[in-house]
Design a protein around this ligand. Structure first.
Ligand code: NAP
Length: 248
């Protein structure tokens, strides 16, 4: 029996990077996948095909996770198409890095809205369903810099720290209904997000990682499978660092 056989998983921001790896890993464990992205583009179509090849139902939706109305509509459509939601991964995230001195109000607001408010939007929309079924696993994609902070990322770090507080609060609110909520704090993972970094900064980051390499999206996806499945049935309100030992 596969670990997520027949479960319905919602993943935000899954056309690329970590979200995409989670979708494929969940599908390999038998889960049906509803994923969102800002735009329904070629990456979404390609992912749908890969999911179908794995023998599960997979569908992409154009939905801005930072919008409350769009998120409600997205989950309503998922329930129509898939019947229920068992797992939610709040993965969508962006960076707008800048020292505070140069950071605009627009970039502060946007990062908080996409990275933090999105988790509120989606969690609120799925909780009605999970409360009825009295089960569920919610996973929030935080970051090591949400714990440690990072110069030049005050907006991003604040959003990721906020997700940790949100995770622990939701774990306390919904635990009695058998709904678990955990966070993953990835370190330096090789995706488009980190590909933007200049070489000298990448080299510096890698030097600070005991395993001396960046992580792969699959490293995060494997931890996600653990948190989504019954393997972690007694784990809630936790933050798991997936960072090669960068943060201890
Ligand atoms: P990525 O490669 O930049 O992919 C981000 C995904 O989120 C894309 O599919 C993007 O869609 C989607 N997205 C962006 N804004 C959205 C919105 N408003 N609504 C819906 N989808 C949206 O990023 P990643 O590296 O895979 O990161 C995934 C998550 O892990 C993020 O929350 C990030 O903060 C976190 N994380 C990453 C690292 C790392 O080292 N990579 C480390 C720590 C934490 P489009 O394709 O349409 O742009």
């Amino acid at each position: 029996m596969k670990l997520l056989q027949g479960k319905v998983a919602v993943i935000t921001g899954a056309s690329r990077g970590i979200g995409r790896a989670i979708a494929l890993r969940f599908a390999a464990e038998g889960a049906n996948i509803a994923f969102s992205d800002l735009n329904y583009d070629d990456n979404c179509i390609a992912l749908e095909k890969e999911l179908a090849a794995l023998g599960v139902k997979g569908k992409g939706y154009a939905s801005d996770a930072s919008s409350f109305e769009a998120s409600e509509k997205f989950i309503d459509e998922v329930v129509k198409d898939f019947g229920t939601v068992d797992i939610l991964v709040n993965n969508a995230g962006i960076t707008r890095d800048q020292l505070l001195m140069r950071m605009s109000e627009t970039d502060w607001d946007l990062v908080i809205k996409v990275n933090l408010k999105s988790a509120f939007n989606l969690t609120k929309a799925v909780q009605k369903i999970m409360l009825k079924t009295r089960s569920g696993s919610i996973i929030n994609m935080s970051s090591v810099v949400g714990v440690s902070g990072n110069a030049g990322q005050s907006n991003y770090s604040a959003s990721k720290a906020g997700l940790i507080g949100f995770t622990k609060s939701i774990a306390q609110e919904l635990g009695s209904r058998n709904i678990r909520c955990n966070a993953i704090a990835p370190g330096f993972i090789e995706t488009d997000m980190t590909a933007k970094l200049p070489d000298d900064i990448r080299t510096e980051w890698i030097k600070g990682i005991p395993l001396r390499r960046g992580g792969k999206p699959e490293d995060v996806a494997n931890t996600c499978v653990f948190l989504a499945s019954d393997l972690s049935s007694y784990v809630s309100g936790q933050v798991i660092n997936v960072c090669g030992g960068m943060l201890m």
